[in-house]
Design a protein around this ligand. Sequence first.
Ligand SMILES: *Cc1c(COP(=O)(O)O)cnc(C)c1O
Length: 429
Amino acid sequence: MRDTTKSEASFKAASKVIPGGVNSPVRAFRAVGGVPRFFTHGEGAKIYDADGNSYIDYMMSWGPLILGHAHPKVVEAVHAAASRGTSFGAPTEDEITLAEMVKDRFPAAEMVRLVNSGTEAAMTAVRLARAAAGRDIIVKFDGCYHGHSDAVLVKAGSGVATGGIAGSEGVPQATADMTISLPYNDSSALEDLFAQRGGEIAGVIVEPAAANMGVIPPKAGFLESIREITSRYGAVLIFDEVITGFRIARGGACELYGIEPDLICLGKIIGGGLPIGAVCGGKDIMELLAPTGGVYQAGTLSGNPISVAAGIATLRELNEPGVYEKLRRNTEILARGLKENFDLTGVPATVNAMTGLLTVFFTGEAVTDYASALKCDMNRFARFHAAMLKEGIYLPPSGFEAWFTSTAHGQAEIEATLQIQKKGLGYRA
Ligand SMILES: *Cc1c(COP(=O)(O)O)cnc(C)c1O
C-alpha cells in the first residue's frame, strides 16, 4: 500500500478553507472514493505526489498537456514571458502570432478573441449566436459540457453526472428554459425540434466529438446534418473544440470531419497548461463583438502574455512532422491492449478511442450517447481506478471522463500500464 499520509493531512486542511477541499468538483474523488492526491511536480508522462509516490498520468490536467508535464520548450517560453512582465492589460504582438496560428489550423477561424477559459469561450459564443440570429433558444446535446455558465449547465456531462444532479441549483428556471438538450448522435431529434421551433433557435452548440461523458465519436452523418439543418434555419453552429482542438487532429474536428462551423470554442491545449480560452469564427460574426459591434465581452487578463507564450510554444511543437501519427498510434495501442486484457479476464468493457484520448466504459454494449454512457458499471470503475492508482497509474477520477495521452506517453509507459492492468484484480469482482 502506498503511503498517503501527507495527501490525507492536506485534504483535511484544504477541506476547512476550500469547499470540498478542491477548486473543481471532480478532483475530490467522490465518484471513486479514497483520498485525492496532492501533487508536487510532474515531468513528461509522470506526476509525483506529496508522499513521494510517482504515477503515469492519464489525466494530464484534463487535456492541456498534450506535450506532457513541464515540457522544456513550454517552460522556457513561460520563464521568458514572465521575466518580461506578467500582464499589461494592453495588446502585445504575441497575441497576433497566436491568432494567426489558430487561423492557420482552423480555416473557419478568420478572427480570434482570446478569453481566460473554455467556459468564457462558450459563454461568449452563446451570446454571439443570440445576437447574430436575433433569437434566444440554444440547443445542446445531453452529456456535452460547455463550461459552467448558466446557459449551458443543462444535462452537462461528467461533473454534474458524477454529482448525480441533472443540472445546477442557482440557475434561474427562465434561463434553463432557454436551453434545449437533445440526445447526442440523434439527427432526427434535431430535425424534429427545428421543424417545430426553428424560428426561435439562435444556435446549436456541440462537442463535435464528445469527451465529457466519456469519449463518444460522432456517428457518420451526425455533424453534417447539424451543419445542414442550422444553415437551412439560419441558426448559428458552434463547435466546442475545447478538448478536441489541436488534439484529435491539428485542426481539430473541423479538419477531421471536414465541416465549417460558424463559431469555434477553443481552450486547454491553446494555453499549453496556463489559463486561456478562445472564441473564433468568420469575420462578420466575430465583428459583432465590442468594440466593433454591440456584443459585450472583456477580460482584465485576456490575452495574458504568459498563457499566450505557452500556447505558441505548444502549437509550434505540434507542428513537428509525425506528431499526430505517433499520438494516434500510441493511443490505439493502449486502447486495443486495454480491451484485449478486459476480454481475457471476462470483464465486459467498451473502449472508445480517438487520437490522444480514450475512455473505458464498463459495459458490453456500444456507447453512443449519454443514455448508453449512464448504463456503465460505475462501481466497477471505482474499483478499477483504486487498483490502478495503488500501482501507480493515475486515471481521471470519474468513469465519465476521457483519459488523455500525450506525446510523452511512449511505448514504455503504455506497456507498463497494460502490465499493471493485467496484474490489477480490484476491478474484476
Ligand atoms: C473543459 C471544457 C470546457 C470548459 O473549459 P474551462 O477552461 O474548464 O472553463 C468547455 N467545453 C469543453 C468541451 C471542455 O472540455
